[in-house]
Design a protein around this ligand. Sequence first.
Ligand code: 5IU
Length: 257
Amino acid sequence: ERKILSFKERASLCQHPLTKRIFGIMEEKKTNLCVAADVTFCAKLLEIAETVGPHICVLKIHADILEDFNSEFPEKLKDVAKKHNFVIFEDRKFADIGHTVYMQYTKGIHTIVEWADIIDCHPLPGPGILEGLKQAGIKKGRGCLLIAQMSTKGNLVPANYPEATAHFADHHRDFVIGFIGQSRLIPDPTFINFTPGIKLEESSDSLGQQYVTPQEAIQNRGADVIIVGRGITDANDPQATAAEYKKAGFDAYSQLL
Ligand code: 5IU
């Protein structure tokens, strides 16, 4: 039986300033909702950020699908994040050798390290990937999530992978702030568990995505933060729908306390 702590209690236990800040936002805004804004134009993304901003703790984006990405965009997004008090997560899923991910994180047209509070990576390449990302991220106070499991049908993640991932995180607490997965890996309350593949009704899409409900993810699988994309961005009223997911997520967590 794991002991569930409030977001406030968890914030107080955290050493990493970014984790502390995220739990603080979750407590203050009463939300454990992360919206995945997978859209292809900057104006649309900024509109979604404004619309759902009051209801989220984290906004997850894919900068590399923006057809009109430009150097002013991150500044505009940062302004919205500041206004509504959420953090920015670039879901780049780094997966290469340390030297290459260092460059992908800091160079190119996206210069991700300059604006993304959170990034994520596949632990598959071994410790070098974190060493590479850390070289740029630590001095800016950034944090990284380790991808421990995936939501997709038929994925190749082996059964012992989450355990090895947790071990990895334990050795890089100065940069790893948590996990992306479908179940809680370790009880440690200072790591944040993000779970994608969430909809109010269980379903799937035509490309392997599998959805569970906020209640299932939080109460039975140990998610802290639910990641919701199309369930909100494709809704007729994204703002009202975000409010609905926020309530479902926060109520599900609160019921565990
Ligand atoms: N995402 C997943 N599953 C995973 C991982 C990431 O869906 O296992 I790791 C991302 C992909 C997308 C978002 O950006 O989360 C989910 O979007 P939808 O709610 O629209 O399916």
